[in-house]
Write a protein that binds this ligand. Structure first.
Ligand code: B16
Ligand code: MG
Length: 217
């Protein structure tokens, strides 16, 4: 039976996927690297270095380790500048209700965000106390689609992976959930989330009761 729901943050709970994208696009312009829909889709849900490596695949020149760190810091500066002014208004529709309905159903709640800015963002959104366990992205070695982050969330909650449901907006995240042995709910468009077990337009459409075993039924 279902015991926990593990949420991704960017693009599921908060409207930050577009902010990450805009920051990468600005950096791409500055270094003369191409940026298109394909690159944006591949970057989604992938950690900072993984995203930078995708951006640099078609950059006009190669970058050394120290330069890569500088580019990451520059992109993060653009991102943080925007989320500093975020508040509860930047929660995606239905996000708070969805998380609270999971709690009301007696399930545990985890956060599996690759973002090192997740603690700041949760604070700004005013929902940090709703989570039983938040994975520390800085301690995750392998980016989504590797299962490490969702497995770490399940372990932190003290729940076996097969009793968890994962919620994601990115293809890499859906693959991470599946590799962890969990059921994947995708948020967004079916064509972006082909492998998801169920696709909903957003958390506003999540009815957690549909996923909880009904002992009387
Ligand atoms: P940061 P999620 C991911 O968060 C974002 O989807 C992805 O675009 C970003 O590159 C990654 O976090 C790292 O974020 O640079 O803030 O550490 O979707 O896993 O919540
Ligand atoms: Mg995401």
């Amino acid at each position: 039976p279902l015991q926990a729901v593990i949420f991704d943050l960017d693009g599921v709970i908060a409207d930050t996927a577009v902010v990450h994208r805009a920051a990468w696009e600005r950096l791409a312009r500055e270094i003369g690297a191409p940026f298109d829909e394909d690159i944006a889709a591949r970057m989604k849900g992938v950690d900072r270095r993984g995203s930078l490596d995708i951006l640099l695949e078609r950059a006009p020149r190669a970058y050394g380790e120290q330069e890569k760190c500088e580019l990451e810091a520059r992109k993060n500066g653009y991102y943080v500048e925007r989320i500093e002014s975020f508040g509860p208004d930047q929660l995606l529709p239905g996000a708070r209700d969805a998380v609270e309905s999971v709690r009301a159903a007696g399930l545990r709640i985890g956060l599996a965000s690759a973002s090192r800015n997740a603690p700041l963002l949760l604070e700004r959104l005013g929902i940090a106390p709703l989570f039983d366990y938040i994975v520390d992205a800085a301690r995750i070695e392998r980016s989504k689609p590797d299962p490490e982050i969702f497995l770490a969330a399940a372990a932190g909650l003290g729940v076996p992976p097969e009793a968890c449901l994962g919620v994601e907006d990115a293809a890499a995240g859906v693959d991470s959930i599946h590799a962890a042995g969990m059921v994947a709910i995708g948020m967004g468009r079916r064509e972006d989330l082909g492998e998801a077990d169920i696709v909903l337009p957003g958390l506003i459409a999540l009815r957690i009761a549909d996923f909880v075993d009904n002992k009387n039924g």
